[in-house]
Design a protein around this ligand. Structure first.
Ligand SMILES: NC(=O)c1ccc[n+]([C@@H]2O[C@H](COP(=O)([O-])OP(=O)(O)OC[C@H]3O[C@@H](n4cnc5c(N)ncnc54)[C@H](O)[C@@H]3O)[C@@H](O)[C@H]2O)c1
Length: 447
């Protein structure tokens, strides 16, 4: 099938490459000319496992093209995906300006029937707004205007596993009341359903709400667990034992109940906020959503608080050197949007501490975000970040941090203090080898 995708970020680029991989003919369009010219020479704007090879192969074989020519992109696809950003507006609601701009672009150039698909995460009612925007432009055209349908097809891929998620989806949600659009969407996704059909058809509004409900529920699990971790810490319990005790209940399960230093990324924070705004706009009080957000905001400050407490207050951090392992908001991505590492580093700089940071893939992104930060050194590997540090703080649970060489670490960092936001190590073992080890939801040892 011929497909056009507007927006070549995490969602658009991964969707485009995966759809090309199973044989569709894909044009990815973006308004950012640098992104498009880089993609045309094989330089990707993001790091995602397996994506570079997938893009290179499909580009070479001609099934995946990149363009900033909107007319060409609209002419190409029978199905037009909108995969642009929906960042928070000033009041936290989803800013739909990019989505509606694409709708207008499609309406300006379309010459025949199109299925317009919202893949961006958008509030309930956005499909109606897209349809209204398209109709408004079509009404101004002098020629005979073609038909269209707007479909909601939210994306559930996870950064860090995006290619695998897209190629092997848990479910494909398709919100539409048009038989024509539904059958085209079914044809498009059929190659991903070889094992069994995982398509869930529903009405448009339910599909739009499904995406927010999924992200809000996952965020709720994280905030709930962080709340219990903070209680465990104060009650002399061990949250890791509690986690195993509750995860073994199949009604609860082990997924998404890790305590830590808060969720980040481009989705959970903004989607919880946007759903809260939707509730407020219709006059519904949604205290659970507000609490999920508030707990998370507080949890993102926990590493700084623990560090400051250890040294006797924030003022004592002035002039200290703090090593930071992990900058991305989670492993296997270079995405640093809303990352807990940023909350920590910014608080450290505010207190006058120096940061020696390492992340396996997010170093360029850190440099881009903090180009002139004199109190930041980016280190080439995890051990060099420790040189003379007064403490190490772990923000992201990359695999390579799980079993480090503690003797090597001790040589580089005689202070032997770790504040671990991801509970990677066993407190008893750390204590036995003379480390001061502060983690989340467990008693600090060696302090
Ligand atoms: N990142 C994720 O893991 C994820 C997962 C599921 C859903 N989503 C949702 O998908 C949407 C996109 O997220 P993302 O992370 O891919 O965003 P992103 O910021 O990485 O990429 C968005 C892209 O859209 C481009 N763009 C903006 N206006 C455009 C226009 N008029 N025409 C063409 N391109 C345009 C931008 O230049 C940018 O390259 C958001 O609504 C997000 O909530 C994201």
């Amino acid at each position: 099938m011929k497909i056009s995708i507007f927006g070549t970020g995490y969602v658009g680029l991964v969707s485009g490459a995966c759809m090309a991989e199973i044989g569709h003919d894909v044009v990815c369009m973006d308004v950012d000319p640098v992104k498009i010219s880089n993609l045309n020479i094989g330089v990707l704007p993001i790091w995602e496992p397996g994506l570079e090879a997938l893009v290179a192969r499909n580009f070479k074989e001609g099934r995946l093209r990149f363009s900033n020519d909107a007319a060409q992109a609209v002419a190409h696809g029978d199905v037009q995906f909108i995969a642009v950003g929906t960042p928070p507006d000033e009041d936290g609601s989803a800013d739909l300006q990019y989505v509606l701009a694409v709708a207008q672009t499609i309406a300006t150039h379309m010459a025949d029937y199109k299925v317009i698909v919202n893949k961006s995460t958008v509030p309930v009612g956005t499909a109606d707004k897209v349809a209204t925007a398209v109709r408004a432009v079509l009404a101004q055209r002098a020629d005979e205007t073609p038909g269209f349908d707007v479909v909601s097809n939210p994306e559930f891929l996870k950064e860090g596993a995006a290619v695998n998620d897209f190629l092997h989806p848990d479910r494909i949600v398709i919100g539409s009341d048009s038989e024509r659009a539904k059958s085209m969407m079914a044809e498009l996704y059929e190659p991903f359903m070889r094992n069994h059909d995982r398509t869930i058809h529903m009405d448009v509004r339910s599909a739009e709400l499904t995406k927010y409900a999924a992200n809000a529920l996952l965020a709720t699990k994280i905030s709930f667990m962080n709340e219990v971790a903070n209680l465990a810490e104060r009650l002399g319990a061990d949250i890791e034992q509690v986690r195993k005790g509750i995860g073994s209940d199949p009604r609860i399960g082990y997924h998404f109940i890790y305590p830590g230093c808060g969720y980040g990324g481009s989705c959970f924070p903004k989607d919880v906020q946007a759903l809260g705004r939707t509730a407020a706009q219709i006059g519904y009080d949604a205290p659970l959503l507000q609490a999920v957000e508030a707990v998370n905001n507080r949890q993102k400050t926990t590493l700084f608080t623990k560090l400051a407490n250890h040294f006797g207050g924030p003022a004592q951090l002035r002039g200290k050197a703090i090593a930071v392992w992990g900058l991305a908001f989670k492993p296997n991505t270079d995405d640093m949007r809303e990352a807990p590492s940023r909350t920590l580093m910014e608080a450290l700089w505010q207190a006058g501490a120096k940061v020696q940071a390492f992340d396996p893939v997010a170093m360029h992104e850190t440099e881009r975000i903090y180009p002139d930060q004199a109190l930041l050194s980016l280190c080439p590997d995890k051990y060099s970040a420790l040189a003379g540090a007064d403490a190490l703080v772990i923000c992201t649970e990359w695999q390579q941090f799980r079993a480090p060489d503690f003797e090597e670490m001790e040589l580089r960092m005689p202070s032997k203090l770790i504040v671990d936001g991801r509970n990677l190590y066993q407190p008893t073992k750390m204590q036995a080898s003379g480390w001061t080890y502060v983690s989340v939801g467990r008693a600090a040892v060696g302090a």
